[in-house]
Design a protein around this ligand. Structure first.
Ligand SMILES: C[S@@+](CC[C@H](N)C(=O)[O-])C[C@H]1O[C@@H](n2cnc3c(N)ncnc32)[C@H](O)[C@@H]1O
Length: 289
């Protein structure tokens, strides 16, 4: 049972003097309460329900020391997901390391939009450009068993994490390719292409804030005021889409209009833009006739 190590009687760990509830209470004075819980769950290899049910349980000295170490790193700004090595996305949990962008809740919209275009009753070819941890590709593969998903990233570190995530979730219908966007393809055609490319402008002050300070710049920043990767993908996608295939991209809060212009210029129709849970325009796409 997960968290069994917590059930060691207090007399076997003579230095233990703090309970789960007390430690979380104290930590909440210096970091976000939810962050503190995630960190303690990781230290104890347990889940939230266990922490609640065992709030009076004494912790060992080692457990408290390990927690304090991780807490100090969190106070220094390190993202919780890099500390714990995992992040939930859609309905799965993914391994994350500093080699990959931490999957964001707003990206779940891209998954939903893609699923709405991928039939569950016939084979479909789907391409995920800039797969990072593999969160989008693997989620799509899990939800559409008869679909073949190709996942591309130019980062060897990201590819290694994505492959481990695919193994962890036992998906057999994802192929990983280390490449610069479409450069490894010749005659391949896809029914749906999804991409969450880097779209932050170089020098954007947000890069100096929060989790972004610790994430790979190559996953975040694009030249041309954040539009370089979006332009490349939209311009090249028609060559790799089946007739009536869809391209959909996640983008920055102020990039929906330019995405629509670029899509229209490249010959896409049935253009759409959808807001994320915060009401910000987040995903734009279109169909290539
Ligand atoms: C914003 S992250 C998205 C990661 C993941 N798809 C997600 O949504 O969490 C962008 C990804 O694009 C990859 N990337 C950047 N430039 C690329 C290029 N020229 N070719 C292939 N992948 C690239 C980065 O390595 C990074 O993993």
């Amino acid at each position: 049972m997960r968290g069994n190590d917590l059930l060691v009687p207090a007399r076997e760990s003579p230095d233990a003097s703090v309970t789960i509830g007390e430690l979380l209470q104290r930590a909440a004075n210096v970091v976000d309460r939810v962050d503190a819980r995630w960190i303690l769950q990781s230290v104890l290899n347990t889940d939230a329900a266990f922490l609640i049910a065992h709030a009076e349980q004494l912790l060992s000295t080692d457990q408290v020391a390990h927690f304090r170490q991780m807490l100090a790193r969190r106070i220094a700004g390190e993202p919780v997901a890099y500390l714990t090595g995992e992040r939930g996305f859609y309905d799965l949990v993914f391994e994350v390391t500093p080699d990959v962008l931490i999957p964001r809740p707003e990206t779940e919209l891209l998954v939903e939009m893609a699923l709405s275009k991928i039939p569950s009753d016939r084979k479909c070819n789907v391409l995920d450009l800039g797969t990072g941890s593999g969160a989008i590709a693997i989620t799509l593969a899990r939800h559409r068993a008869s679909t073949c998903v190709t996942a591309v990233d130019f980062s060897p570190g990201a590819m290694a994490v994505a492959r481990r995530n695919a193994r962890m979730h036992a998906v057999k219908n994802v192929v990983f390719i280390e490449a610069d966007w479409f450069s490894s393809f010749t005659s391949e055609k896809f029914d749906v292409i999804v991409a969450n490319p880097p779209y932050v402008a170089a020098g954007d002050p947000h890069l100096e804030e929060g989790d972004l300070r610790f994430e790979p710049l190559t996953a975040l920043v694009a030249q041309d005021n954040g539009l370089d990767c979006i332009r490349t993908i939209i311009a090249q996608a028609p060559g790799y889409l089946e007739p009536s295939g869809w391209l959909m991209l996640e983008h920055g809060y102020d990039q929906a209009d330019v995405c629509r212009e670029l899509l229209a210029k490249a010959g896409f129709t049935h253009l759409f833009t959808r807001p994320d849970i915060a009401g910000t325009d987040r995903v734009t796409g279109g169909q290539y006739e």
